[in-house]
Design a binder for this molecule. Structure first.
Ligand code: HEC
Ligand code: HEC
Length: 914
């Protein structure tokens, strides 16, 4: 009997022991081996250096012959593997890691075991697609889970033996929601409404209402603007003005309309290549025209064009892949399996755009502000109706009004061109300072070029100019040394134009030889007799046709046409590819130096990330791949960014790097679950994703903590409590304006210049012209952004300079922040306006007024102790202004209350999201 059982059991036991042994001992490359290699070996055996011909970056390299002629890793045989011998070598010159402390016995044993088991290699998790069916863990927590997110969070808490917190008090929840969704605090009425709504749907209703607010886009555009390195100036030393605010408005609208993230991606990276791009698609591509541009005279345009293109590659990979591609510019990636050549394969997608560091930022899209748009459309339609059929436009449509206007004027032979719209230029051509609306500093033998000008009917060309010394002009065809078709002399118009702008513009009219067809026209400027630093300033060019049909129309129509030609469009730099015939070749740059070209490369993505189906992929194919199901990173990376916005830290804390040196995810399965759902279930809807997170119990927890939580989860990585963070710079400003009642709710439009210290000047003189009236109370997102002089109170609260893409702001707490809140005129004005309101509302009961208003900062009804202290501050200040300080301020009550409201804007509750 017994033996019979044994016979049956024997095979089972053997199988079981084997299974248990191999199951338990199976070494994970990613979890156990990679960290050792990354920390101890990769700097000498990776992408940059392959000492001894041995590299551990790619499996095939690790297992191939080294300089010694045989592989250092022999799978299955640790004893024979050089890699193991070197770890315990008696000669310190041979023992690895060279010149560093030896590995621990456990580490060496792990490596031995790993090789004995076959040296099994694994891809880094980020390059493996998340599983489609991720099981949501069961939890037995007595706190109810609201959705799947809580299951993942609570499971982890169970593991570390912590409990989530209770739900935060309603008032705090409302403030948290309001600040997170709209970037603005709730009003007193909103608190009342939320508290009195006791229905189970109250929370969700509020979330929906806030998500639908047009304020949502203004809040959420800001973090993307850090990634897009949005700025109203071009950067580098001169850091001149750049007109690109329409891109910011595009972003705000995209967030408000909940544009799906796949469309959002494609529009920004390749909107220009869509089959029929709209104005909006083109504006979106300004994303990559936020690169810096160098306006210094005499710099090499190609050098800075290339720098911008390389920057676009690095930024694209950082924003969508959290991959440090910029490290692959000069050598293969030191830690991640990306080869040097692969940087340039990616560069080929971006290397074919027309822009080339020209001052005028061509190519651009010309659009109108809402109010002008209507006017231009009416004028155009009015004129168009009166024209002969042969000169008419078939119909006037809303899109591309500027182009229609140009076409119409062209049909009529009214051909005025702004001088700064040239397509190419020589050195020493610059644009006049802040507005950059005319050309200056035209030194001897310099030129500008206009492409493809139709000269068929043209008999003369006029130029609007000003000059101190006089100069000569030659108009040439097709090249700078081409045939001269006209010559003229610029006279002296002004002896000393001060600063940058001449007083008067003169006209020089130059008759030209008859030329047929479309040609490139070069304007070649030469000095006159005297030596001249500064030849002329040029404002516009006009092509005179033999018999322009505009002359045949009555004066009334002609006047409208001139009005039309004067309507000023908004110019936005965009991406636009060169025609195929002119496309650029892309080469590897040896050691990243654009002057030493290596092999030519074709466009493609890094091998580790997959392959593209198209034979000759372009930028659009690349953008589509990013948001295709095949990409393993895009969705994870974006979900992580949203998570960070709502919890203060990403699931992967290193927002900018998901590579092998990244900080391990706190909840890897949750990250994958969210990523898969965002892509498949939510169809890339950003608002749906945000709502999902806001609805979770994990988000709703109170942010209080205790000793045990501080010990086991000091940074709240596991969300054992609600998140509590210092508010971002923009929200702090907006909150002060909102609470005080100063906030101007106007949306969109050119950037504004609120107060900042006077006499801030840059390399090019004064650039800050404080906005008048209500404009200075616009939301922070509209503040003019100058890279070399970022707005001081934002910098103090950790905003970046936006010279480069910034994935996360590192939060600091410094006394300077308090000084800003106490002294910056923006906060003083806010305090004053708020004080006035408190006095008006509660003149009879100051203490009650303080109590009521303090809730705007604290959310919860304030404790009486705090009110007591503030009231005392009021009384003491009042006594001071009525007595000793009588001569300082005309209104003692207001001055005293201002001190109180100023103090309230300085409370910890004010700067903290709790
Ligand atoms: C500071 C640089 C440095 C570090 C760190 C380093 N090595 Fe090396 N390693 C070298 C150099 C230089 C050589 C070539 C000279 C030689 O063979 O001793 C080499 C050679 C080797 C070889 C011999 C290759 C062959 O077959 O010829 C192996 C194997 C090796 N290293 C493994 C490792 C491992 C494993 C680590 C990490 C635990 C490591 N090294 C860390 C510098 C380094
Ligand atoms: C502008 C060019 C350039 C860029 C961009 C660049 N590197 Fe390097 N890096 C170099 C050069 C040059 C060396 C020296 C190579 C050599 O010794 O052969 C080097 C060496 C290294 C080394 C080896 C250091 C050693 O121990 O000798 C590491 C590691 C490294 N780089 C990491 C990085 C990382 C990470 C990034 C991205 C954040 C980066 N590099 C970006 C040019 C660059």
């Amino acid at each position: 009997m017994k033996s019979r059982y044994l016979i049956f059991l024997m095979p089972l036991i053997v199988v079981l022991t084997y299974w248990m042994w191999s199951g338990e001992e199976k070494i994970s490359y990613n979890r156990q081996i990679r960290p050792i290699i990354n920390n101890k070996c990769i700097s000498c055996h990776g992408g940059v250096k392959q000492s001894g011909g041995f590299s551990l970056l790619f499996e095939e390299e690790a297992k191939m012959n080294t300089e010694s002629g045989k592989p250092a890793i022999i799978p299955g045989d640790a004893g024979a593997s050089e890699m193991v011998k070197r770890l315990t070598h008696h000669d310190p010159e041979m023992r690895m890691p060279l010149g560093k402390a030896p590995l621990s016995t456990e580490e060496i044993d792990l490596i031995k075991e790993w090789i004995n088991q076959g040296a099994n290699w694994e891809k880094h998790w980020a390059y493996i697609a998340p599983k489609k069916e991720i099981e949501v863990p069961e939890v037995s927590m007595d706190v109810p889970a609201q959705n799947e997110i809580d299951h993942f969070i609570f499971k982890k808490l169970e593991e570390i033996e912590l409990r989530p917190n209770e739900e935060a008090p309603k008032e705090l929840l409302l403030r948290r929601l309001s600040l997170d969704i709209t970037g603005l605090p709730p009003t007193l009425e909103a608190y009342e409404e939320f508290i009195s709504d006791t229905s189970p749907m109250a929370y969700e209703k509020t979330v929906d209402k806030l998500l639908a607010s047009p304020r949502f886009g203004e809040k959420w555009a800001a973090f993307w603007m850090d990634l897009a390195r949005y700025s109203d100036s071009k950067g580098y030393e001169k850091d001149l003005h750049r007109e690109i605010w329409k891109y910011r408005d595009w972003l705000i609208n995209a967030f408000n309309q909940d544009m799906p993230f796949d469309q959002f991606t494609i529009a920004q990276l390749a909107g220009d290549l869509l089959p029929k791009p709209t104005e909006s698609d083109l504006l979106a591509t300004a994303f990559h025209r936020n690169t810096m541009a160098n306006d210094e005279g005499g710099t090499n345009d190609e050098e800075f064009r290339v720098a911008a293109v390389m920057e676009r590659v690095g930024t694209t990979y950082e924003v969508w892949q959290s991959t440090t591609m910029a490290c692959v510019q000069c050598h293969s990636h030191p830690y991640d399996p990306i080869r040097h050549v692969e940087f340039y394969q990616s560069q080929a997608f971006f290397n074919n755009t027309q822009d080339k560091d020209l001052y005028n930022e061509q190519p651009k899209v010309f659009t109108y502000q809402a109010e002008d748009k209507q006017k231009v459309k009416e004028l155009l339609s009015w004129v168009n109706d009166k024209l002969k059929p042969s000169e008419k436009l078939p119909k006037i449509s809303d899109e591309f009004l500027h182009q229609q206007k140009e076409d119409l004027l062209y049909n009529l032979g009214y051909r005025k061109v702004e001088a700064e719209e040239f397509q190419d230029k020589s050195r020493f051509i610059e644009l006049v300072a802040h507005d950059q609306e005319s050309i200056w500093q035209v030194q001897d033998s310099s030129w500008i070029m206009f492409e493809n000008v139709d000269l068929d009917q043209v008999t003369a060309i006029s130029l609007g100019y000003a000059s101190i010394y006089g100069a000569q002009l030659e108009i040439r065809l097709d090249s700078m040394l081409g045939e001269i078709i006209g010559k003229g002399n610029f006279g002296i118009t002004d002896k000393n134009f001060p600063g940058n702008k001449p007083k008067d513009w003169e006209t020089l009219k130059v008759p030209i030889k008859p030329v047929s067809g479309k040609r490139d026209v070069f304007y070649y400027f030469k000095k006159d007799k005297t030596f001249a630093q500064d030849l002329i300033r040029l404002d516009w060019v006009f092509y005179h046709e033999k018999s322009p049909s505009i002359d045949k129309y009555p004066q009334s129509i002609q006047a409208k046409l001139v009005e039309l030609s004067n309507a000023k469009p908004v110019q936005t730099p965009i991406l636009k590819d060169l025609p195929k015939s002119n496309s650029r070749k892309t080469y590897v740059f040896e050691r990243g130096d654009w002057r030493s070209k290596g092999e030519e490369v074709k466009a493609g993505i890094p091998e580790i990330m997959g392959t593209l189906s198209s034979q000759e992929p372009n930028r659009l194919d690349f953008a589509k791949w990013l948001v295709s199901g095949e990409n393993t990173l895009t969705s994870r990376v974006f979900v992580n960014r949203i998570w960070e916005q709502l919890f203060g830290y990403g699931i992967v804390e290193s927002m900018e790097d998901f590579g092998s040196q990244s900080i391990p995810a706190s909840h890897p399965e949750l990250l994958d679950w969210l990523a898969v759902n965002f892509q498949d279930e939510m169809k890339w809807s950003m608002k749906t994703l945000i709502k999902k997170i806001l609805m979770s119990q994990s988000y709703r927890q109170s942010s209080t903590t205790d000793e045990q939580k501080m010990k086991k989860d000091p940074y709240n990585k596991y969300l054992s409590r609600g998140s509590r963070t210092r508010l971002p710079a923009e929200t702090i400003r907006d909150q002060a304006l909102a609470i005080s009642g100063l906030l101007n709710e106007k949306q969109l439009g050119p950037s504004v210049m609120p107060y900042q210290p006077e006499n801030i000047i840059s390399f090019n003189g004064k650039f800050w012209f404080p906005s008048e009236g209500e404009e200075k109370y616009r939301r922070a997102v509209y503040t003019y952004w100058k890279r070399t002089h970022p707005y001081p109170s934002f910098v103090t609260f950790d905003s970046p300079s936006r010279e480069i893409c910034t994935s996360r702001r590192i939060r600091t707490n410094t006394p300077l922040q308090s000084l800003v809140l106490l002294n910056d005129p923006v906060y003083i004005e806010a305090a004053e306006a708020w004080a006035q309101r408190i006095l008006k509302e509660s003149a009879g009961d100051i203490k009650r007024g303080i109590e009521k208003n303090l809730q705007l900062v604290t959310a919860k009804k304030p404790e009486s102790e705090k009110v007591e202290v503030l009231h005392k501050l009021y009384l003491e200040s009042l006594a001071y202004y009525e007595g000793e300080g009588k001569d300082l301020d005309e209104n003692a009550q207001l001055a005293a209350m201002r001190i109180v409201s100023n103090a309230m804007l300085n409370l910890d509750e004010f700067v903290t999201r709790r």
